[in-house]
Design a protein around this ligand. Structure first.
Ligand SMILES: [Zn+2]
Length: 321
């Protein structure tokens, strides 16, 4: 059977609604960055241990991203030079947006203590909760991915020296040997396997009870997308894959992945599971998937929510008849 049409592929809610101009050409322009850091219109997002500072009602409804001014950020004892640039919102009076990321130890030392920065909510929970727009979820995703990269890039992988943030947070440089590091996105494949009538979904040990999703795996050095799909799916399930078609991708800021969504045709259907990772995998009919999407499956099986490309892949399978 033919894969779904890329034009009609549903957009996941995290990562694909990018509205900012990232201003990549201005990141190394110190005068421009300084000017924007001190511009009264400029706003800052705050993350603590990769969770986002938000505002919400007492019953946790009406959640919105919390915006700080430069003055408020400095009042927390944060050097504005330690913030990173997300970009400019050209639709909204050219407002520049930066983010600042604190560890929980740093947050404990701000005036008023860590408690004054709450509520702090992880992006995955924000996506599930559904109050934030796709644009705000995508913006928060860029901030989370960049913050996660800075958190693991503090030391040089070559000589062990300390690295310092440059170019408004888009480069780090080792003070000792000069080695440079750039924020990266790690490619991973996420795959809808079908035998024409059914699709194969897996239940990982870390998943909630009765939750099934598309299978995924990291691209290894020296491998192309198609080879990765065939290797990972064979390793995890024992299924041999024929044609592989790229459908869409999604930046996935957990911590900083690029999910490459593929449609794969199964040549075999017998399963032999890699039990270390995968607790179960099974073939589901379209009717069953429809029930799982509406949470009406008689055995209580469920699938991922609309914030993920896994959902988009599963939905496109149901719609293709
Ligand atoms: Zn070094």
């Amino acid at each position: 059977m033919s894969p779904p049409d890329r034009e009609s592929f549903p957009s996941p809610r995290i990562g694909t609604a990018q509205t900012l101009n990232r201003m990549a050409e201005k990141r190394a322009d110190k005068d421009w960055v300084k000017g924007r850091l001190n511009d009264a219109k400029t706003r800052f997002l705050l993350l603590v241990d990769l969770s986002l500072a938000v505002d919400s009602a007492r019953d946790k409804s009406g959640t919105k991203l919390r915006w700080y001014t430069a003055e408020q950020i400095e009042a927390l004892g944060v050097d504005l030079n330690d913030t990173f640039l997300l970009g400019c919102n050209e639709n909204e009076d050219d407002v520049t947006i930066f983010a600042v990321s604190l560890s929980s130890a740093e947050a404990a030392n701000v005036p008023g203590g860590a408690e004054s920065l709450k509520p702090l909510v992880d992006l995955r929970s924000l996506a599930m909760q559904g109050d934030l727009s796709p644009e705000d979820l995508s913006l928060a995703g860029v901030a989370r991915a960049l913050a996660a990269w800075h958190a693991i890039a503090k030391c040089c992988g070559r000589c062990g020296g300390k690295t310092r943030s440059k170019d408004a947070g888009w480069r780090r440089r080792c003070w000792a040997c000069g080695q440079e590091f750039y924020p990266r996105a790690d490619p991973a494949v996420i795959v809808l396997i079908t035998d024409g009538e059914r699709c194969l979904l897996g239940h990982h040990k870390r998943y909630a009870h009765k939750f099934y999703s598309t299978l995924a795996g990291f691209v290894e050095p020296g491998e192309d997308i198609e080879a990765c799909v065939r290797r990972e799916m064979r390793e995890e399930t024992g299924v041999e894959i024929g044609d592989v078609t790229y459908l869409a991708s999604q930046p996935w800021p957990f911590p900083h992945l690029l999910m490459v969504g593929c449609w794969a045709e199964a040549l075999t259907t017998d399963l032999s599971l890699e039990e270390e990772e995968l607790y179960d995998a099974r073939w589901f009919t379209r009717e069953e998937i429809r029930q799982m999407l509406t949470e009406t499956h008689p055995e209580g099986f469920t699938v991922p929510g609309s914030h993920s490309i896994a959902y988009a892949l599963i939905k496109s399978f149901v719609e293709l008849e």
